[in-house]
Design a protein around this ligand. Structure first.
Ligand code: SAM
Ligand code: DTB
Ligand code: SF4
Length: 326
């Protein structure tokens, strides 16, 4: 039975190098148990199903962003109560990274509320990357759009991963962001890949997109060549003052389906159960781990919003027999 199922999923891949939106949508439409079984078989074939990778986030430059991403509490045009702060000091960033490592995280991701780094911004970030790398943590940064040469500088300073999300399907994108287009994002991803960095790229669900558009995002991600090493799937965190505040939350089972479809279409990628875990609750998170999620953001805070407490996550992992990736 297991073999039949895995052969079946392999067929989808040998049918062509790329995933059509229709083929991805077919996966979404499977009965829930069939979809989860299939995703779990793929997961077990590529990963230890009881190990989850832990990444800790830090907002090194918060608020005041000129972009208009409608989900984001850090866009200066929305009144969300998030203050515009300068870049954090070297000491404060290192203290946070040291604490993350002591808590068991293996990756430290530094986020900045920029459209993209100016050269003088980047020059302040490079020593932070080098210092976090020096602690023996994997390093990740999410600084927005990169210009030619910037990804190479990050790589030389010890950056392992660059996070840049496609966020949603191309046809829904214009309803969410107007200040940068889809191609800008693809261009940055290309620069990141070209510099030899690992790609962390995913998106957000629960923004009012339909299932076909969720399938459209997955097809975009799975067809990146190679697929991103890390795929964060965020459940929209609704923040008062942002245009998306008050949207109907996604059906939690649809969120689990999104994870399962990501796992089947990107069998070798780490699929991260990302923002919005508090809203999903522990039962749904357990289903996500079964469906193939094998990474989380770990630590009491995401960038500006809350995350489950590290202690609560350790308890959850213990109850599920999950061990953090060492
Ligand atoms: N400013 C940079 C950029 O946009 O590329 C980097 C930081 S930005 C906050 C990183 C990602 O966080 C966004 O692309 C989006 O996918 C995610 N994000 C932001 N606000 C979110 C929210 N309220 N809920 C879920 N994900 C969110
Ligand atoms: C990603 O995909 N999700 C993270 C990280 N990459 C940078 C950010 C989530 C942000 C949630 C809203 C906030 O805390 O500001
Ligand atoms: Fe700025 Fe990034 Fe937020 Fe968009 S997601 S408003 S670019 S911080």
């Amino acid at each position: 039975m297991d073999t039949a199922v895995s052969l079946n999923s392999a067929e989808h891949q040998v049918a062509g190098p790329s995933w059509s939106v229709e083929a991805v949508l077919e996966l979404f439409e499977l009965p829930f148990n069939d979809l989860l079984h299939r995703a779990h078989v793929v997961h077990r074939a590529h990963f230890d199903p009881n190990t989850v990778q832990l990444s800790t986030l830090l907002s090194i430059k918060t608020g005041g962003c000129p972009e208009d991403c409608q989900y984001c509490p850090q866009a200066k045009r929305y009144n969300t109560g998030v203050e515009d702060e300068p870049l954090m000091s070297h000491e404060a960033v290192l203290a946070a990274a040291t604490a993350a490592k002591a808590n068991g995280a293996t990756r430290f991701c530094m986020g900045a509320a920029w459209r993209g780094p100016k050269q003088r911004d980047l020059e302040q970030v490079l020593p932070l990357v080098a210092a976090v790398h020096g602690l023996g943590l994997q390093t990740c940064a999410t600084l927005g759009l990169l210009k030619d040469g910037q990804a190479e500088q990050l790589k030389e300073s010890g950056l392992d991963y660059y996070n840049h999300n496609l966020d949603t399907a191309p046809e829904f994108y214009g309803k969410i962001i107007s200040t940068r287009d889809y191609q800008d994002r693809l261009d940055t991803l290309e620069r990141v890949r070209h510099a030899g960095l690992r790609v962390c790229c995913g998106g957000i669900v629960g923004m009012g997109e339909n299932r076909a558009q969720r399938a459209g995002l997955i097809a975009q991600l799975a067809n990146l060549d190679p697929a991103p090493e890390s795929v964060p799937i965020n459940n929209l965190v609704q923040v008062e003052g942002t245009p998306l505040h008050g949207r109907e939350p996604i059906d939690p089972f649809e969120f689990v389906r999104m994870i399962a479809v990501a796992r089947i279409t990107m069998p070798e990628s780490y699929v991260r159960l990302s923002a919005g875990r508090r809203e999903l609750g522990e039962g749904v998170q357990a289903l996500c781990f079964f469906a193939g999620a094998n990474s989380i953001f770990y630590g009491d805070k995401l960038l500006t919003t809350g995350n489950p407490d590290a202690q609560a996550d350790r308890n959850l992992m213990t109850r599920l027999g999950i061990v953090p990736e060492g």
